[in-house]
Design a protein around this ligand. Structure first.
Ligand SMILES: Nc1ncnc2c1ncn2[C@@H]1O[C@H](COP(=O)(O)OP(=O)(O)O)[C@@H](O)[C@H]1O
Ligand SMILES: [Mg+2]
Length: 249
């Protein structure tokens, strides 16, 4: 469960990236955070994960306050950032061991989990290679493995399908579905409407720091019919989706 209460963030006097947003992501659902480039998705996610401090409001992860108990709250989520370019000189397996140590994952459980996820993502053969030799998609998959190693209840992923080939993207979506179906929480951002449409139980649409809509995909379709501004935004999203269509199946 993730709860955002009246969250705002400004980068300067002129840029209010997130403006008084409220959101509740329930257990058992895949929740899509949807909006065009620059809408405020990453800023919101950085606040949820404690990378940025909100100017106002509080965030709760499984009812634990990020302001009052940040370390405890952080234990309960796994986070995949939008930029997977980290620790290029480490071997993939070294990175995963490092993540396992940070989150106190017992050695035995760690090996089993790594083997299982590597197989799913077709990375088994590459685990002993340095991250700098990895493609963007391989780095992305490695980040996902690192984030999920400690079996967190809450998954938070910023544009996770970007750069993934169709098979890996399919695997990730399956993993997200399984996690939500087991009663846990998946929250991810995307600017690609198509991805959201296929897998989300509910979505929120953010634009210029404001939540324009929150509900099921079915609710959203009805809204787009009756609201001019949302329809405009829908078209904008579809427009942005086109150049990346092939990688987003
Ligand atoms: N570090 C930063 N400094 C100043 N402005 C920023 C910074 N990061 C993001 N912004 C601005 O905040 C707004 C929201 O950005 P972001 O949260 O990255 O959007 P999204 O992830 O939806 O594309 C944009 O106008 C962006 O230019
Ligand atoms: Mg972003």
């Amino acid at each position: 469960m993730i709860e955002l209460n009246n969250i705002s963030k400004s980068y300067s006097k002129h840029i209010k990236a997130v403006d008084s947003i409220n959101l509740k992501v329930e257990n058992g659902e895949i929740f899509g955070f949807l909006g065009p480039n620059g809408a405020g998705k990453t800023t919101t996610i950085k606040m949820i994960t404690g990378i940025l401090e909100p100017d106002e409001g509080d965030i709760f992860i499984n009812q634990i306050s990020m302001r009052k108990n940040p370390v405890e709250a952080k234990r309960s989520f796994g986070f995949v950032p939008d930029d997977p370019n980290i620790f290029p000189r480490l071997k993939a397996i070294e990175y995963l061991r490092f993540m396992g140590n940070v989150y106190d994952v017992p050695t035995e459980a760690r090996s089993v989990k790594i083997a299982k996820m590597a197989k799913r993502f077709e990375l088994t053969e590459s685990l002993s290679n340095r991250i700098q030799s990895f493609s963007h998609g391989m780095r992305q998959k490695l980040m996902i493995m690192g984030a999920l190693l400690h079996a967190p209840d809450v998954w938070i992923l910023d544009e996770p399908m970007t750069g993934l080939d169709p098979r890996s993207s399919y695997q990730l979506k399956e993993m997200m579905r399984e996690h939500a179906d087991s009663g846990k929480t998946v929250f991810f951002s995307t600017h690609v409407l198509d991805v959201a449409e296929r897998i989300c139980d509910r979505v929120a649409v953010i634009d210029q720091g404001h939540i324009l809509f929150c509900g099921t995909m079915e609710d959203m379709r009805q809204h787009f019919h009756s609201s001019r501004s949302l329809e405009d935004m829908f078209l904008q999203l579809v427009e942005e989706m086109r150049p990346e269509e092939s990688g987003q199946v």
